[in-house]
Design a protein around this ligand. Structure first.
Ligand SMILES: C[S@@+](CC[C@H](N)C(=O)[O-])C[C@H]1O[C@@H](n2cnc3c(N)ncnc32)[C@H](O)[C@@H]1O
Length: 411
């Protein structure tokens, strides 16, 4: 607990925001007392290295002792870690309101063994370790050795006796023991097969999953026999895992001019308007992103592309001049490309027709975002983990199964 009134006021303000955080409209989800206690016991600023507020990518980096360091540390926003040369790293201290919500969903109880992949400089790891105390423990895995060293130092300085941070790449670095709770704070394209055994029976894993294109969701999955089944989904935007389970940019979003399946086909007819009812380009992207969340799960022909140069870091929802998407059926010689509010057909018109048929179904279902989808994870080739219709997507050594939750189950 601090005796500095300015710091105390900042901490109180952030705590009020965390307690009022509302993941779903009209449904506040305040964190449990153990997490609030942990917030007071392990102050965020003591775990922060030099950082830059994520919404100020060109602003100055702030170091402990700088006038604004504490103010931003107790804003409810993500803070990008900065390297020795002042460049922002692909690593951040996540937005506290959302992180506390995820910690609450993880449901850590005393005695649990907890794994966090992507522990950064250790703040969330300390909070989770506190919720697992006195008999439980937390293991943090961090791919960046410099950040892992900071996490180890911060945990020791803060007196967190039941957590350690190790350097390693993803879930595979956690060894062979099982965990009651697993959380990842960087998004995965694929997962190692060991995720099915790493989680104890009835255990909970909170995993951000990156889809092709720009959409991501975080799933709260429960271990059910030899499968993981998602109970709840939230939209999210995490940095991608940088190791073996991260997404290859050319899988997620190849460059259009380097995709032979579309460049070899002649254009067919004139482009059709598909502007989601939003004539201004910047307003098209949120619905376009939600639609790609649907397509990525329900149609294996889905692809997203970087148009033109397009190598710049995407903005939150992407840019309709830089990011395109569509369907490709290479065997049928058919493709459809959406860019900036228009759909262009290439070769056979089947892909374009299928894209508009998806649009009609997506609209009829209330234009859902990825939040409306359930996810099951099984070993490759196994049966679907659910009895209702679901769509299989092979990702690395595992099958991901997607289904649209009925509206009453989208909580
Ligand atoms: C968004 S930061 C989250 C930091 C911290 N957990 C938090 O919530 O504030 C994601 C972290 O994941 C780490 N990371 C990325 N890929 C990883 C991998 N393959 N294995 C372990 N850590 C990874 C990054 O270096 C970064 O520190």
């Amino acid at each position: 607990m601090t005796t500095d009134p300015h710091l105390e006021a900042l901490q109180d303000r952030l705590l009020r925001r965390i307690e009022a955080y509302m993941p779903v409209r009209g449904r506040p989800a305040p964190p449990r007392p153990a997490l609030i206690e942990a917030f007071r016991r392990y102050p965020r600023h003591l775990f922060l290295p030099r950082y830059r507020p994520a919404d100020q990518p060109d602003g100055p980096a702030l170091a402990p002792g700088d006038a604004a360091f504490l103010d931003h540390a107790y804003d409810d926003g993500p803070l990008c870690y900065v390297d020795d040369h002042g460049a922002s790293l692909p690593a951040s201290c996540s937005e506290p309101g959302f992180i506390f919500h995820l910690a609450e969903l993880l449901d850590v109880r005393p005695g649990h063994r907890v794994l966090e992949v992507g522990c950064g400089t250790g703040w969330l790891l300390a909070l989770l370790a506190h919720a697992a105390a006195p008999d439980g423990e937390a293991l943090g895995v961090e791919i960046d050795p410099g950040l892992q060293a900071l996490a180890a130092r911060n945990l020791a300085t803060a007196g967190v006796a039941n957590a350690i941070a190790v350097t390693g790449d993803g879930l595979a670095a956690a060894g062979r023991k099982t965990f009651d709770r697993i959380i990842m704070t960087a998004s995965a394209w694929q997962l190692p097969a060991t995720v099915l055994t790493l989680l104890a029976d009835d255990g909970i894993a909170v995993l951000p999953i990156q889809n092709k294109g720009l959409s991501q969701e975080i799933h709260v999955l429960r271990k059910d026999g030899s499968t993981l089944v998602s109970r709840l989904t939230r939209l999210c935007r995490f940095v991608p895992l940088t190791g073996r389970d991260g997404a290859d940019a050319d899988v997620l979003m190849p460059r259009l001019d380097a995709d032979p399946d579309i460049t070899r086909l002649p254009m067919t007819g004139l482009p059709d308007v598909l502007d989601f009812g939003q004539a201004e380009p910047e307003r098209m992207m949120p619905p376009a992103l939600a639609f790609t969340g649907w397509l990525s799960k329900l149609d294996p022909r889905f692809r997203a592309w970087r148009l033109g140069a397009g190598d710049a870091r995407p903005s939150l929802f992407g840019d309709p001049q830089v990011h395109g998407f569509g369907l490709v059926d290479a065997a049928a010689g058919s493709a459809a490309l959406w860019r900036a509010g228009y759909v262009t057909a290439y070769g056979d018109a089947g892909a374009r027709d299928a894209l508009f048929a998806h649009l009609a179904r997506w609209t009829a279902h209330g234009s859902p975002t990825g939040y409306a989808f359930g996810l099951g994870i099984t070993s490759a080739g196994a049966a679907s983990p659910v009895s209702h219709p679901s769509h299989r997507e092979r990702r690395g050594p595992l099958d991901f199964w997607w289904w649209l939750r009925p509206p009453a189950e989208r909580f």
